[in-house]
Design a protein around this ligand. Structure first.
Ligand code: FAD
Length: 499
């Protein structure tokens, strides 16, 4: 047997990708013909033949990974290790051509299909058991045109890269607050962040997108081309296809903002929340005040305060922040002039997959006296875990967009409230999940709908999705009927087709 052929067949026999020296001939070792147990979107057990899997792998530039392949375990993981799932196969795509091949394969075999970008999904819908996981994490890139104030971001990118590239020219577009979050999930769901009150949600700055829809076709979605698809992907999540490229408008903004955090003793919670109820409405668009309530385990003293970003003229920062500072005597005042990109990275974790977590969330129309009492009297700390409650500040430019202008209808919200607990992976989660659900019963009556990107695993049951999209739901169904009539993309806040 010739050496090349021997290597190829032994690698195939091992079902593995061998590390090759740089000077190796440019061929790849094919998969063996191994049948794989899988599941369809509607839950039927099927057997996928080895031959079509092998063919998909050979046509892709990226790789198809089966359970015993190198890289499978890394590729199947998402941020929250509670979602410990085992797809039948993973398509690690590297570009639009691969995405089209993977979507065609999924549709032809009617496979349960998950799409992963940054893997931050709170509902765990970006992975699945026994389906096909289309993993976009090898498809990352950002291009900025400073003179045209535009950025193009590939579908698997993380937002920190966009912040970094754009800020090199004192340009910005609103993204989330943790830089290892995926642009793919964040933007299709809405996209709140530190400069959203000034410039709108991420979707309000999306000028066009390239989408591979369920039929495997490539479509450019913009106000002029596939306008209904363009409308739907701005808030309708991953329901209609896989966005392979996002085009954003960028805004001029100085690199140095005033940001950080300020905390008061938990005993000041009522005063802090009362100030927030008023000032959160009146504050200039340049100020984002994200409420933070931190309750350490075992009844240890808690803190209430804000994550702050003021992106206006630095000389005005002191007066804009005065109402916040004057509400009490802070335990910590770490608000200072700082680099915007550094602020965007300040919430990153070194080992983001180390902790399992559970989050309940809902939009609050206002910080009413009822909500204040519910928080002050009703949110106690978990007996042996830290509890975090936040309200991500909305309003400003976010609220000046019409509820039907994009698929995201919650323009009237004061903010997005979340209540979460985390624990070391491996602990029994049931106690923690039950505990958060119990505390949430006191907060939920003060919420209206929820942010699809923060929905917990139960959030998409029954009529909640229909109601949550409010009057936009019917139009979303029409978009779904056109672009995904068989509901290939169902692992999301699912809009069910009616055709
Ligand atoms: P993934 O888990 O990879 O994907 C989630 C879903 O998005 C997938 O199931 C799929 O349906 C869809 N999807 C992903 N990529 C694509 C694509 N290219 N095309 C079409 N559909 C796609 N949200 C905010 O708005 N602001 C914040 O500041 C913010 N901060 C967060 C901080 C942390 C630590 C976490 C965990 C979440 C945060 N979120 C925030 C919520 C965040 O928007 C969602 O978790 C979002 O789904 C993350 O996107 P992802 O690509 O990382 O997720």
């Amino acid at each position: 047997m010739k050496r090349r052929k021997f290597l190829q067949s032994s690698a195939a026999a091992m079902g593995a990708t061998l590390p090759l020296p740089l000077w190796s001939p440019g061929f790849r070792f094919p998969h063996q013909d191994i049948d794989v147990d899988a599941v369809t979107g509607d839950g039927r057990e099927i057997t996928l033949g080895g031959a079509p899997i092998k063919e998909l792998d050979s046509r892709m530039r990226g790789r198809v990974l089966l359970a015993d392949n190198d890289g499978y375990d890394e590729a199947r993981r998402v941020l929250n290790p509670s979602f410990d799932k085992y797809p039948a196969l993973i398509a690690r795509v590297t570009g639009t051509a691969d995405v089209r091949l993977a979507v065609d394969f999924a549709r032809e075999h009617r496979l349960l299909t998950a799409v992963k970008c940054g893997g931050h999904s709170a509902s765990g819908k970006s992975t699945c058991d026994k389906g096909l996981l289309i993993d976009l994490s090898g498809f990352r890139g950002v291009r900025v045109d400073p003179s045209g104030r535009r950025a193009w971001v590939t579908g698997g990118s993380l937002l920190g890269r966009l912040d970094h590239e754009a800020m090199a020219y004192d340009l910005v577009t609103p993204m989330g607050t943790v830089s290892h979050t995926g642009v793919g999930g964040l933007v299709t769901g809405g996209g709140f962040g530190r400069v959203a009150r000034k410039f709108g949600l991420a979707i309000d700055n999306l000028t066009s997108a390239d989408v591979v829809t369920a039929d495997g076709e490539f479509r450019r979605a913009s106000p002029d081309r596939h306008p209904e698809l363009y409308w739907g992907i701005r808030g309708g999540g991953g329901n209609f296809g896989i966005v392979t490229s996002f085009e954003f408008q960028l805004h001029q903004m100085q690199r140095q903002v005033t940001g950080g955090a300020i905390f008061f003793p938990i005993e000041s919670a009522r005063d802090v929340l009362t100030m927030y109820a008023d000032y959160g409405r009146e504050a200039p668009d340049e100020l984002a005040l994200d409420l933070l309530v931190v309750l350490p385990p075992g009844g240890a003293p808690g803190m209430v305060g804000f994550g702050v970003c003021y992106c206006g003229d630095p000389s005005g920062a002191e007066s804009v922040l005065a109402p916040v500072r004057q509400v009490g005597t802070p335990m910590i005042d770490a608000i200072e002039p700082m680099d915007y990109v550094a602020l965007q990275r300040s919430g990153d974790t070194d080992d983001p997959r180390a902790r399992a977590s559970y989050l309940k969330s809902g939009f609050v129309p206002e910080v009413s006296s009822g909500l204040i009492t519910a928080i002050v009297d009703g949110v106690e700390g978990h007996p042996n875990r830290s509890t975090i409650m936040f309200i991500q500040h909305s309003g400003g430019a976010i609220g000046r967009v019409g509820a039907g202008d994009t698929a995201f209808p919650h323009r009237d919200a004061f903010g997005n409230l979340g209540l979460g607990v985390d624990w070391a992976f491996g602990d029994d989660p049931s106690e923690h999940v039950a505990w958060i659900k119990e505390v949430w019963t006191r907060i939920e009556p003060h919420t209206q709908g929820f942010y699809v990107n923060d929905g917990d695993p139960d959030a998409y049951e029954n009529d909640t999705v229909t109601n949550n999209y409010r009057t936009n739901y019917r139009r979303l169904v029409e978009v779904k009927n056109t672009y995904d009539p068989t509901n290939l993309f169902r692992l999301n806040a699912n809009v069910e087709p009616t055709v």
